[in-house]
Design a protein around this ligand. Structure first.
Ligand code: MG
Length: 252
């Protein structure tokens, strides 16, 4: 009984402990109002996106004459393509499907790629029950970093990439000031978590940075396989405008 009384007293004290209302941390930063956008249906596009392919035509792409638009998707054929619009920091959504009829193995099976700024490859591959080198499987940053997990769907099924890209920065002498970073969700699963790129992503040599423009195209690779794509859009990513107007403080 005594223990119960003590517990009751403790609870009462706990509830009765003074709570400081009214104090508020003030950052001292004045933020602009974030833009209001319509996020659109699941999978987008949001209202502020640049739509690169909506299932109808390839007018937003260069060198895409051989790619085949049919039934709301486009199939890779003869030559890599690049978007006409160019982007720096951005969010990218791409849907793709590797061929339902499995042909080849390893890198020869369902190979394509999404190239950020036309230079840095996020690998597209049929990695469903298909062994290859890990930093070359689907969701890898080619020859630099494997995906954290293999979240591949079966051949022929539609898959999604949602990418957050931070462009590298170069100074006026072409020297690297800050590297590129990438975050990738594959079918909604985190596979690259703010990975810092070592440079470009060629097959035949180590990665390196070579100065380029602040903005570049989205590229899609043709690697001999009829990969299908649909619903491709990009949003430029910009920090909300802000300025410091005072030191941080606590207001009572
Ligand atoms: Mg590739």
């Amino acid at each position: 009984m005594r223990a119960r009384s003590l517990l009751f007293a403790a609870l009462l004290l706990g509830f009765a402990a003074p709570v400081v209302y009214g104090a508020e941390y003030i950052s001292g930063i004045e933020w602009a109002k974030p833009a209001i956008i319509d996020p659109g249906p699941p999978g987008g596009p949001p209202s502020d996106a640049v739509v690169l392919f909506d299932g109808k035509d390839m007018s937003q792409w260069k060198n895409a004459e051989e790619w085949i638009v049919k039934d709301g998707c486009v199939t890779a054929a003869k030559g890599a393509i690049e978007s006409k619009p160019v982007f720096g920091d951005c969010q990218v959504h791409v849907e793709f499907a590797t061929p339902s009829e499995v042909v080849g193995s390893s890198q020869g099976r369902g190979n394509s790629g999404v190239f950020l700024m036309g230079t840095y490859e996020l690998q597209v591959l049929d990695s469903y029950d298909n062994e290859t080198y890990f930093d070359g499987q689907c969701g890898s940053i080619y020859k630099q970093h494997p995906p954290l997990v293999n979240a591949s769907r079966k051949p022929g099924e539609w898959q999604t990439y949602d990418i957050a890209w931070t462009a590298p920065r170069f100074d006026s002498d072409g020297k690297l000031v800050s590297p590129a970073f990438i975050t990738v969700f594959h079918n909604g699963v985190l596979v690259q978590n703010h990975f810092q790129l070592e440079g470009d992503t060629p097959y035949h040599r180590a990665p390196q940075y070579t100065a380029h423009a602040d903005k570049g195209p989205i590229g899609l690779q043709y690697h001999g396989d009829p990969i299908r794509f649909r619903n491709i859009w990009v949003r430029e990513v910009k920090e909300v405008e802000h300025k410091r107007v005072a030191d941080p403080s606590v207001r009572n």
